[in-house]
Design a protein around this ligand. Structure first.
Ligand code: FMN
Length: 171
């Protein structure tokens, strides 16, 4: 698929088939993740792939009971393992680095017919416990990964004219 087609058709998927994902597809998706840009090229990420049914159920519970997460064959827990980069001299770069890498994951998965749903509503301490994540490591995002049961209608967006301005900031 062409990039614009992937971007236009991608949806957050909240219903999954249980079909397994091929290792080749997973390899290619994580190659796209590996190539994501990051501040100072620090690549401060680690992705935990969860396939165990009991763990998937526990993770879904730790995500405010969003049960659909546990239906996917794989859950990906995106963790930040490094520090050191700054943006605009005030903001730590690791959450941004992780967001870019997860976006690579989401778009390359969609290119292979695989759905995802960015999950931000999770209890970090519970995810830490389920996945044995050390305290210095932060959980940034979680996504189920699997084949969508059906297509989903698009959600609305603000018009392009409203999200750009010319030469200087204006509302
Ligand atoms: C940071 C972030 C956190 C999100 N958290 C959740 C979540 O916990 N549960 C969920 O179902 N969707 C979650 N979403 C998905 C958004 O609801 C979704 O992207 C948005 O409604 C637009 O729909 P679309 O992705 O289908 O275009 C999250 C998305 C982002 C970027």
């Amino acid at each position: 698929m062409d990039l614009m087609e992937i971007i236009k058709n991608r949806r957050s998927i909240r219903k999954y088939r249980s079909d397994e994902i091929s290792q080749q597809d997973l390899n290619e998706i994580f190659e796209a993740v590996q190539l994501a840009p990051s501040a100072n090229n620090l690549q401060p990420w680690k992705f935990i792939l969860i396939r165990n049914d009991k763990k998937k159920r526990l993770i879904a519970q730790a995500c405010a009971g969003q049960e659909f997460i546990g239906e996917a064959p794989v859950i990906v827990v995106a963790c930040a393992i490094g520090r050191g980069g700054y943006i605009g001299k005030y903001m730590e770069s690791w959450p941004v680095d992780l967001a870019i890498a997860v976006t690579h994951l989401i778009l390359s998965a969609w290119n292979k017919g695989l759905g995802t749903c960015w999950i931000g509503d999770f209890d970090e301490d519970k995810i830490r416990e389920i996945c044995s994540i050390p305290h210095v490591v932060r959980v940034v995002a979680i996504t189920p990964l699997g084949y969508p049961v059906k297509t989903v209608p698009p959600t609305s967006r603000r018009p392009v004219e409203r999200i750009i301005c010319q030469e200087s900031f204006s509302e």
